[in-house]
Design a protein around this ligand. Structure first.
Ligand code: 5AD
Ligand code: SF4
Length: 474
């Protein structure tokens, strides 16, 4: 039998009573068992896995980084492009081989792919025991028990309220210096190409007091950088039920920035239609709010932006860039770009290239369009650009971005930046790696007494398109 809660809620009262009884009963059973989580896709998924880890640990399970040791394997999945889903299916095949030698291994699929495919997943991938959408992680203990009893556990209920505000994420894969804090969930934007509104549900903002408390805790535990995460952080909005006053994103930035001047604040992702001058001015006035904005343009062509339902045009985007450049002159800007969206012609493509040159992005994530089932673009527009052209345009965009990143970094030679040390560089354990406020990776030789979490001034001596290299300049 298949247990599932699809699009229906059980009463809160019943849920909590059942949860309590189940917790006491299961604690004993779960002790000594190990879970392994692998995350795919966006930062939000990595952050969600820390919530999942917290739920599982409360259940008495221990985490392992060795899949061979695991009794439960969870894949936190991504649906954003077809390729992301293919990667997960390939990984499931490898896990199927593992399951042959370990019959009682339980396999759970979490996140966006679970939400998109719901119980269809169980028909398509026989080895999967548990399917859990992004708003149902509290239900994992019950679903695990169902799976252990030999049935399949599915919960893909999307909530209008869940923000996991009271769950302290378990930072199981952390460098001890930087951490994510999820400030909102879901997305109401309905960009026509995007599956996220369907897999992550409606937008909701988390209570700011719990966000600030989490930032304080992280700081007290030695962390020195937090990234505030949301699909569209600029539409963060929370109403205090007592005073009825609203906390907007710029207010939240102030609250978190004031936790401690030694705590760096980053955030992602901003939306060009919503980013306000108020946010930019707040960034400019707090040295610990990093001077870096990820502002996905998607396309430089107003015609394509309209088909994408991005709700801004080229001129609006350029005006936002001009504002950033005038309010925060040292701000680095990065982007997401899609090539080969429906009907895109050579002129649209040239508009994207010229936009990249205008903004001088320090970095971009670049993709060719991948039609996602059920999205407005899939329903209303023809995916009519041949793959060869999509890829050709993508290559051209990648080449240009490489040049822009190189030029951007070359301009930093001779400058001195405050760098937060993250750990050893991959290249050599005689070198540290860290980041400057503009989110650029900086490599420099170690000096006695310095450790991850320390701030240090580094003078840049050379630069590639990906990394700045320098020496300590205290
Ligand atoms: N095809 C290609 N790229 C996509 N993105 C979102 N949906 C698609 C799609 N269907 C990209 C966008 C977004 C980033 C997270 O992924 O650029 O900003
Ligand atoms: Fe997708 Fe657009 Fe929402 Fe980003 S803002 S998650 S691209 S719908």
């Amino acid at each position: 039998m298949l247990y599932k809660i699809e699009d229906q809620a059980t009463s809160k009262m019943d849920e909590s009573r059942q949860g309590e009884a189940l917790f006491l009963e299961r604690k004993g059973q779960a002790l000594g068992k190990f879970y392994y989580i692998e995350s795919y896709g966006c930062q939000m998924n990595f952050s969600d896995s820390e919530i999942v880890a917290s739920v599982l640990s409360d259940e008495g399970l221990s985490s392992t980084r060795n899949i061979l040791e695991a009794d439960f394997v969870f894949l936190n999945t991504c649906s954003i492009r077809e390729k992301a889903e293919e990667t997960v299916r390939k990984r499931l095949k490898e896990i199927a081989a593992l399951k042959k030698s370990k019959k009682d291994l339980m396999v759970g699929v979490l996140g966006c792919m679970a939400e998109r495919l719901k119980s269809k997943f169980l028909e398509e991938e026989k080895l999967v025991d548990i399917v859990v959408g992004p708003d149902a992680y509290r239900d994992l203990p019950r679903l695990i028990q169902i799976a252990e009893e030999g049935d399949k556990g599915v919960n893909v209920f999307l909530s209008k309220e869940e923000t996991y505000a009271d769950i302290a994420p378990l930072r199981f894969d952390s460098n001890g210096v930087s951490a994510y804090i999820s400030i909102m969930r879901g997305c109401d934007n309905m960009c026509s190409f995007c599956v996220v509104p369907y897999t992550r549900g409606r937008e909701r903002s988390r209570d700011p007091f719990s966000i600030v408390a989490e930032a304080h805790d992280l700081f007290n535990n030695g962390y020195r950088e937090v990234t505030l995460l949301g699909q569209n952080v600029d539409s963060y909005k929370w109403q205090n039920p007592e005073s009825e006053t609203w906390v907007r994103f710029s207010d939240l930035l102030v609250l978190v920035a004031e936790v401690n001047p030694l705590l760096r604040i980053r955030f992602s992702t901003s939306h060009p239609k919503d980013i306000t001058d108020e946010v930019l001015r707040t960034m400019a006035s707090y040295p610990n709010i990093c001077k870096y904005i990820h502002l996905p343009v998607q396309s430089g062509s107003s015609r394509i932006l309209s088909l994408m339902n991005r709700t801004y045009d080229r001129e609006w985007y350029i005006e936002r860039i001009n504002s950033i450049k005038s309010i925060i002159p040292d701000c680095a800007i990065s982007s997401d770009i899609i090539t080969g969206f429906c009907t895109e012609d050579e002129k649209d493509h040239q508009d994207t290239l010229s936009m990249m040159q205008y903004v001088e992005y320090c970095m971009s994530y670049m993709f060719f369009y991948s039609e996602r089932p059920g999205t407005p673009a899939a329903r209303k527009l023809k995916d009519d650009i041949p793959e060869a052209i999509k890829k050709e345009r993508l290559n051209e965009i990648i080449r240009l971005q490489h040049q822009l990143s190189y030029q951007h970094n070359q301009k930093d030679i001779g400058k001195t930046f405050e760098v937060l040390i993250e750990g050893n560089s991959k290249r050599s354990d005689q070198m540290f790696k860290g980041r400057n406020s503009q989110n650029k990776k900086v490599i420099f030789p170690k000096e006695h007494g310095l450790k991850p979490g320390d701030y240090v001034l580094v003078k840049i001596e050379s630069a590639s398109s990906a990394t700045l290299t320098g020496i300590i300049d205290n």
